[in-house]
Design a protein around this ligand. Structure first.
Ligand code: SF4
Length: 360
């Protein structure tokens, strides 16, 4: 038997072409093409058998030719604040996480782009577990597709690439996933409501800037000097802060700086001044992120009043700043925590040992 083609790993236009060719071969009227395409992402079907608007024989014929793979929901946790965390098992047994965060009329879905991560940021649970592999475009966008297939479907309004992995180390698949997330005939999330968060992978920032859609860029700064940043984020050796700031300045849309507050490490007055200076240079918006309790070994969260003081120092320098709410504290919602709990840690391996790590 020939291998079935995964229709979900194609753009909608390409999938449409494949389905149209199959319909022609099967002697089916052309309106059947639109019926199938609609059930790929927009109103997703669990399987071809689920497409009851098609004759049974046609469903079976499509199933012989094409695949509509699912991400298997292995664990779901619901926080008292409404945050829902999902652990998905992939076909090869890898596990990835997505977190749905409701806020008023919005639901933001935080998605993963890699199984594990090679970058070993000192404060991150995913970094501690090491890198397994890149996700494919369908495995990335599929996390949002699965939200529509829940017994009580979740309508995702915003997407952030802040789950497991560094999205710009897997640019080809992430770029394909961005198309699927944004395409009105797929998941239809507006480009301005989709944020790529990166530690500052420069070729990836350039590639993202070349896309015509207004996708948003967030850069994990986490320390305002090279000296401190190197100790927290080993990638700073390859892409130093000054280069990352230069890239942020020329990015043609407003950039957000992410800054996790690590008690006694990066939350002093001097650091607030230095961060304020960098943010002003780039016209960046700053998000201060309280450290998730239990999310990382060897660090303690900055006290809430200290975070407020840090935010005030930034505002005094004319920087726009927000303090993020810590969500899902009772369900281990920080990136990588659920997988670490369920599957245990593995020794991190350096990025250069991973043949399939792509730098844009
Ligand atoms: S913070 Fe992001 S880039 Fe750093 S180790 Fe964690 S997942 Fe990787």
């Amino acid at each position: 038997m020939t291998e079935r083609e995964n229709l979900l790993n194609l753009t909608v236009v390409d999938a449409e072409t494949r389905v149209a060719a199959a319909m022609l071969e099967l002697g089916q009227p052309s309106y059947r093409v639109a019926q199938v395409v609609r059930r790929l992402w927009e109103v997703p079907a669990r399987s071809f058998a689920d497409m009851t608007e098609l004759p049974a024989a046609l469903r079976a014929a499509l199933d012989e030719r094409f695949e509509l793979p699912r991400l298997e929901l292995a664990v779901e946790q619901l926080s008292t604040d409404g945050t829902r965390k999902f652990l998905f098992r992939l076909a090869d047994g890898e596990a990835i996480e997505a977190v749905a965060i409701p806020d008023g009329n919005r639901v933001t879905l935080c998605i993963s782009s890699q199984a594990g991560c090679a970058l070993r940021c000192a404060f991150c649970a995913t970094g501690a577990m090491g890198f397994s592999r890149n996700l494919s475009a369908f495995e990335i966008a599929g996390q949002a597709r699965e939200m529509r297939l829940l017994d009580e479907p979740v309508v995702v309004t915003n997407i952030v690439f802040m789950g497991m992995g560094e999205p710009l180390m897997n640019w080809k698949a992430v770029s394909g996933a961005l198309t699927l997330l944004n395409d009105p005939r797929a998941l239809g999330v507006g480009a301005r409501h989709i944020t790529i968060s990166t530690v500052g992978i420069l070729p990836g920032i350039v590639a993202l800037g070349e896309r015509p859609e207004q996708f948003r860029l967030a850069i994990s700064i986490h320390a305002p000097t090279d000296e401190l940043r190197r100790t927290l984020m080993p990638i700073n050796t390859k892409y130093p802060l000054s280069d990352v700031i230069a890239a942020a300045k020329v990015f043609d849309r407003r950039v957000t700086f992410e800054y996790v507050m690590l008690g006694g490490v990066n939350d002093g007055i001097e650091q607030a001044r230095a961060l304020g200076q960098l943010a002003r240079e780039c016209g960046a918006f700053v998000n201060l992120i309280p450290l998730h309790p239990g999310g990382s070994q060897g660090f303690v969260p900055t006290a809430a009043n200290e975070i407020s003081r840090f935010a005030r120092l930034l505002r005094d320098r004319g920087v726009e700043v927000a303090v993020r709410k810590s969500r899902g504290i009772d369900i281990a919602a920080a990136c990588g925590q659920l997988r670490v709990e369920r599957m245990g840690r593995r020794s991190p391996r350096p990025a250069e040992q991973h043949s399939d790590v792509q730098v844009a």
